[in-house]
Design a binder for this molecule. Structure first.
Ligand code: SAM
Length: 329
């Protein structure tokens, strides 16, 4: 079975945000002035998420990413992942984390069946990390990355959002990590999310600019084709390097035409496009006792209203009023 939206895109990927809480407060993701948290009773229970997944998978969803907020801060997340693994038809479950709890949860994640990890890290300098995130946890993240490398997780993707004047002087240092480690270091263009007054066109360091900086340091990159990869990242390697360098360019070269995603927010909304606030409330009907058929209808409806593309270049301010930590990155 395959799920198609109105633009004939195959939708097989669901990102589930299990919480809007986070143990970091990255200035551009969860601005400290806007930390109003969703009350616990408004957050979906794991059984509710599982119900949605059990309806979505036979329709064509086969890939799931667990995200947040910070997914590892929600109690019981490992048990939830283990339950997801029992749902027949799910081919892949991956997790996005800021890495703070990776060290202590490494074995638990392994046992729950996670092997593919995305870890967000915006600075290799502890002091700068503190300025960006409001936390002294850089060492924990660094040790967590080493721990999952030793434990054989693969692939391990390090996601960095370069922001002009904040951390763009570290681009070459991030790329350097791929010389002798099998890490995938991915540079993600800064997006205008969450009525973000920090975002302006110049703050976003485009992928072309990032590539230019890397090539000036290491010479021409060579294309890298990952087996079975259909993600939005354009992948390369430094010749002779062990790892991979990826460019994710939602702003300069948007990949909306090949978008395969739906999002389920922690407060129970289906969000068809990261950069549009059009959402469908699935929690209220579910808590009102609706049938599985009705939930299926709502899931299908979300594909009818999935925007064909985002409109950042035309109207960045109108993209997303929800802050990223409340959407699920
Ligand atoms: N806590 C987890 C983590 O840190 O990976 C998952 C959620 S976090 C919202 C997911 C990713 O979204 C992070 O890599 C973060 O850098 C990215 N992100 C947040 N706001 C963004 C923005 N405005 N533009 C680009 N990426 C953003």
């Amino acid at each position: 079975m395959s799920l198609k939206d109105h633009s004939n895109r195959t939708i097989d990927y669901l990102r589930i945000s299990v919480t809007d809480r986070c143990n970091l407060s990255c200035a551009y993701c969860k601005p400290r002035s806007q930390v109003k948290m969703t009350p616990h009773q408004e957050i979906l229970r794991y059984e509710e998420m599982l119900r949605i997944v059990r309806i979505a998978v036979p329709l064509g969803i086969s890939h799931i990413r667990i995200t947040g907020g910070e997914p590892l801060v929600r109690r019981g997340v490992l048990g939830f992942i283990a339950k997801l693994r029992e749902v027949e038809g799910i081919e892949d479950i991956s997790l996005t984390t800021n890495g703070v709890l990776l060290g202590e949860m490494c074995q638990g994640l392994r046992d729950a069946g996670i092997s593919r990890l995305n870890i967000s890290l915006d600075s290799l300098k502890p002091e700068r990390f503190r300025e960006i995130t409001g936390s002294d946890a850089w060492d924990l993240v660094w040790q967590g990355i080493a721990r999952v490398e030793e434990a054989g997780f693969s692939p391990i993707k390090i996601n960095m959002v370069p922001v002009k004047g904040v951390n763009d002087d570290e681009i070459a240092d991030f790329a350097r990590m791929t010389l002798d480690r099998r890490l995938h270091v991915r540079f993600i263009e800064f997006m205008p999310i969450g009525a973000n007054d920090r975002w302006h066109t110049e703050a976003c360091v485009t992928s072309d600019r990032v590539r230019d900086i890397i090539e000036r340091e290491f010479g021409p990159l060579v294309p890298f084709m990952a087996k079975g990869s259909a993600g939005p990242s354009d992948n390369y390697q430094i010749p002779g390097g062990r790892g991979v360098i990826g460019f994710i360019s939602p702003i300069s070269k948007h990949f909306c035409a090949s978008c395969r995603r739906l999002r389920l927010t922690a407060d129970g909304r289906i969000r068809p496009c990261l950069l549009s606030d059009t959402e469908i409330d699935i929690k209220s009907p579910m808590r009102g006792g609706c049938s599985d058929e009705e939930l299926e209808r709502l899931l299908r409806f979300s594909l009818e209203i999935k925007p064909e593309r985002h409109y950042v270049s035309e109207n960045p301010a109108a993209c997303s009023q929800r802050i990223m930590s409340r959407i699920g990155g």
